[in-house]
Design a protein around this ligand. Structure first.
Ligand code: ADP
Ligand code: MG
Length: 659
């Protein structure tokens, strides 16, 4: 590119711009709409305006009475003149020159009966690009890179190269989805003719992103289907014997899931299945049965969970399910099952690694520690990923790479509408378990208004008096989106929001529950600190846990019977449902108390759905209708960062691309 030398290249590289293609796909972060500019002749006192004008004259003088240095510029746009004034800002003279063409923003004031602007904001503009009063792109920059320079380069590049980029979409799709052609879209997204054409350009390019994402996922799926996987079969009698030795009878939904799993394992292709089931629907036992079929045939299994505490929990329950000492046909011995997490002592860790490499460890349960480098399996044939939405695509495939085309099952409690699932999990086959084990107490859910809070404190006191525990959740107030280039949030609260929980914990401890132990969990704690708090809560060192929404992950504290959500109106129903799933895990009656910020009935109508149903999918559907798709995936979407325009949750766009 003419005009881009070694010095500029270095700066562009900081923005990951190496090629002309990179530049063309480096979209503006926002636009300044100079198409709505005001003419000087139409200006009125008191207005905030932007005008485009050139400097007709510039001068400076010292005022007689106050001894102030005044800079005065007269600017014109051919419809009229206006004066700009600066006091004691000598340095302005270094920037302002006669005939300079500026965009000027500020408030219209009066001085001696004439309109003036005091200390306006201004920016020099290229007359060539702006003389038609257009919409101007504003790019994200890096230090020492200048907006005007970049804009000029973009202008050259786009004009020269956008027309040469071949259209890859077929005529049919273009017409059917009513899309702008690629060259025009690329030109319009940088230098739009009108707001309407900018919109069309954005929707074309967003369509491309989703379309290509889905194409990629489908390609991936076809590739998996071509792979061969080892066949794992067991006799009906053996499986039945396993089932009768479970501590409970499988639900119908679990039986169907087991059937899917068994078929996958026997298919000769690597299983690639998503097991979706509400909190408490009993996914773990399905994973355990899959593992048992594989280890019965001599191969190894891995089970990955997002946090150490969850891994520990699974370790305990899988040992019970798979290595029951009282059962002679149990598929595993206790010492064939091991736990590998961040703080596994190094000696034990060595032993586990050795056991995995030589094959004496048959099942390893752990965190992402499992996908780290030194971990090697002799013969990994099935990998299970729990709470899949906490992991990225890369981590899933890293686990898969630990074996030779192993079978893979991922599990999630997040209800996802079908079209969205096809995009995110389109390379997976999906099993949905839409049934709860019998005898489960439904959590008694109530909306309680702030004025009645004392009643809730009494409920907590009496439950703790009976030996139970309680959660109190505080909301995250979303940060105002001050700027369009703010990066995608990672779901972590900012400092002030954590403060609410911190302060409340202190208040609750000292004023409300002085005789109880009140713990605190919030987003500013390091992951290991969070674990320590959760562990203490599990071990009943705390009676009450005050938390921000970080508590959401599926930790099992069967002894907790009260879930109080403050500011409940701020949460999506799917998320409230996740909170509610933290209680009601034991035999005792549990309570979920939703405290909205106001007593306004209409505003809180949405929350009534929580009282009405316990079905996570139903609630998710309700959320989808009420609040849009963003609510489903309040989590980090690792792996989708290359979407610049499209949102992974834009259902309409996704459906359009699927048709
Ligand atoms: P999730 O799907 O949320 O991971 P879990 O696998 O942790 O659910 O199961 C929740 C609880 O339900 C566990 O205590 C488990 O032992 C129990 N459970 C699972 N299946 C059944 C069943 N068919 N009947 C009774 N209890 C069950
Ligand atoms: Mg679970």
């Amino acid at each position: 590119m003419r005009g881009i030398g070694p010095k500029q290249s270095v700066l562009l590289e900081k923005l990951n711009l190496y090629t002309i293609e990179d530049m063309i796909y480096y979209f503006p972060r926002r636009y300044d709409d100079y198409s709505e500019l005001r003419l000087i002749k139409d200006l009125k006192f008191g207005e905030e305006v932007t005008i485009l004008a050139y400097i007709k004259s510039i001068s400076s003088f010292t005022s007689r009475n106050k001894n102030r240095k005044i800079i005065q510029a007269v600017v014109s746009d051919d419809t009229g003149n206006i004066q700009l004034l600066w006091f004691n800002q000598d340095y302005q003279l270094r920037y302002l020159r006669k005939n300079m063409f500026l965009s000027i923003s500020g408030k219209i004031e009066q001085y001696m009966g004439r309109l003036v602007m005091y200390h306006p904001e201004y920016e020099q503009v290229e007359q060539e690009q702006l003389n038609t009063k257009r919409i101007v792109p504003v790019y994200s920059l890096t230090a020492r890179l200048n907006q005007r320079w970049l804009r000029r380069m973009m202008y050259q590049i786009v004009n020269q190269w956008a027309p040469k980029i071949p259209e890859f979409m077929t005529e049919y799709i273009l017409e059917d989805a009513d899309l702008m052609d690629l060259s025009t879209a690329l030109k319009e997204i940088h230098f739009p003719e009108t707001a309407a054409s900018l919109k069309k350009a954005r929707s074309r390019l967003a369509f491309d992103e989703i379309f290509l994402l889905q194409l990629g996922v489908l390609k991936q799926k076809l590739e998996y289907e071509r792979l061969t996987g080892r066949i794992f079969e067991v006799e009906d009698a053996w499986l039945l014997d396993q089932l009768v030795h479970l501590p409970f009878e499988l639900t119908h939904a679990q039986q169907l899931a087991l059937q899917d799993l068994r078929q996958d394992l026997a298919s000769g292709r690597p299983m690639n299945r998503l097991l979706q089931g509400d909190v408490g629907s009993g996914k773990t036992v399905i994973a355990a049965l899959g593992i048992s079929i594989v280890v019965k045939n001599g191969a190894q299994a891995a089970f990955m969970a997002p946090t150490s505490i969850l891994a520990e929990q699974h370790y305990a329950s899988l040992k019970q399910l798979l290595a029951n000492e009282a059962y002679e046909n149990a598929p595993l011995q206790e010492d064939e099952i091991r736990l590998l997490i961040g703080d596994t002592p190094s000696k034990e860790r060595e032993a586990i690694l050795a056991g995995l490499a030589e094959g004496s460890v048959k099942l390893v349960i752990g965190t992402h520690a499992l996908i780290e480098d030194p971990v090697q399996f002799k013969d990994l044939q099935v990998a299970i990923v729990d709470e899949q939405h906490r992991f990225g695509v890369a981590q899933r495939s890293a686990l898969r790479d630990k074996g030779n085309n192993p079978h893979l099952m991922v599990m999630t409690a997040t209800p996802i509408p079908r079209s969205l699932a096809l995009t995110i999990y389109g390379d997976l086959d999906v099993t949905v378990m839409n049934e709860m084990p019998p005898g489960r107490q439904t959590v008694s859910t109530h909306i309680v208004y702030p004025t009645e809070r004392e009643r809730i404190y009494n409920l907590i006191r009496s439950q703790v008096g009976k030996g139970y525990q309680a959660f109190i959740i505080y909301p995250l107030v979303e940060q105002g989106e001050s700027d369009a280039d703010s990066v995608v949030g990672n779901g972590e609260p900012n400092g002030d929001e954590n403060m609410a929980a911190v302060e409340e914990q202190q208040r609750l401890q000292s004023e409300i529950f002085p005789n109880l132990h009140v713990g605190l969990l919030h987003g500013r704690l390091r992951p290991d600190e969070k674990e320590i708090v959760m562990r203490k809560f599990r071990d009943r060192e705390f009676d009450i846990l005050v938390s921000t929404s970080v508590v959401e992950v599926g930790v099992d504290i069967p002894n907790a019977t009260v879930m109080v959500v403050e500011g409940a109106n701020r949460f999506g129903l799917a998320q409230l449902h996740q909170f509610r799933g933290r209680v009601g895990r034991g035999a005792a009656q549990s309570y979920c108390i939703l405290i909205p910020e106001t007593s306004d009935q209409a505003e809180n109508e949405r929350l009534l759905a929580m009282e009405k149903t316990n079905d996570g999918f139903e609630l998710a559907e309700y959320d989808l209708r009420q609040r849009g798709p963003g609510e489903f995936l309040g989590t980090r979407q690792s792996g989708y960062t290359n979407l610049r325009l499209a949102s992974i949750t834009d259902i309409q766009l996704i459906e359009k691309a699927q048709v």
